[in-house]
Design a protein around this ligand. Structure first.
Ligand code: PEP
Length: 262
């Protein structure tokens, strides 16, 4: 299989203000410009800033993403944002099943699955997050938890839709803690996810899915993570708020891609 470009996502979460977001996006666009043949990128700003950040991204090649969407098409759902509304704003990808939705907002596998289907029906690409907590890992349940989340979210999904899915393996204990998974542990988890996708579908359809790692990725550890072929990019939280760090991660991904191409 030809190596494909790594995908780097910047999840800004509920941080920053409008002026700072625009400035950050402008700096990311400038850093991305010389790399756009060698790396894919997507930014996930907070909902209220989507339109402004979308204007900055323009034709840069960096895609506009959203951090969540409703499982409902429209109606009396105060505070929710529909997938169609996101499409209307130029969003092309949405994060579904982030651990902060699963754990803080108690979103179930079933709701994650409904959101995933709604997003795909609306024409969005999905960044599906899965990952175990520290307690689950200690109890030896990491693989089983990730498998349950993956199967729960993909329930009812046809193989021909897999090309619109990216999976982000994000161990909860590594998110925002400064304690990244080791590249070897991450690569093993990615292998297990790949094997499960192949079991659920078939090898050619599953090959369309990129599997990213997320959890305290920064400028320093990105090269060693990307040294593993199983790791096809990163979903970056904290380090995506600093343009120099995010630019460095983009650069490491571009270098890794060139190395993989040989
Ligand atoms: C995330 O929340 O998706 C994430 C990976 O955060 P951080 O990089 O800050 O650990």
């Amino acid at each position: 299989m030809h190596p494909r470009r790594l995908l780097i996502g910047g999840n800004w979460k509920m941080n920053g203000d409008l002026a700072g977001g625009v400035e950050l996006a402008e700096a990311v666009v400038a850093a991305f410009d010389p790399l756009n043949e060698s790396v894919d990128a997507v930014l996930f700003p907070p909902f209220p800033y989507l339109q402004a950040i979308g204007r900055v991204l323009g034709h840069s090649g960096i895609r506009l993403g959203a951090q969540d969407c409703s499982s409902e098409a429209n109606g009396a759902f105060t505070g929710d944002v529909s997938a169609e509304m996101l499409v209307d704003l130029g969003v092309s990808q949405v994060i579904i099943g982030h651990s902060e939705r699963r754990h803080i907002h108690k979103e179930s596998d079933a709701l994650t699955c409904e959101k995933l289907h709604m997003a795909l029906e609306s024409g969005l690409q999905v960044m599906l997050c899965v990952g175990e907590t520290g307690e689950e890992r200690t109890a030896g349940q990491a693989t089983a938890v990730v498998q349950r989340q993956l199967r729960g979210a993909l329930n009812g999904l046809k193989a021909d839709k897999l090309a619109s899915i990216t999976v982000a393996y994000e161990p909860v204990w590594a998110i925002g803690t400064g304690k990244s998974a080791t590249p070897k542990d991450a690569a093993e988890a990615h292998d297990a996810i790949r094997a499960d996708l192949e079991h659920l579908y078939d090898r050619p359809s599953s090959a369309a899915v990129r599997i990213l790692y997320g959890g305290s990725v920064n400028a320093a550890n990105a090269p060693s993570l990307f040294a593993h072929l199983e790791i096809e990019g990163a979903l970056v939280g904290g380090a995506s708020l600093k343009s120099a760090d995010f630019a460095s991660i983009l650069g490491s991904a571009a270098t890794a891609f060139k190395g993989r191409r040989g």
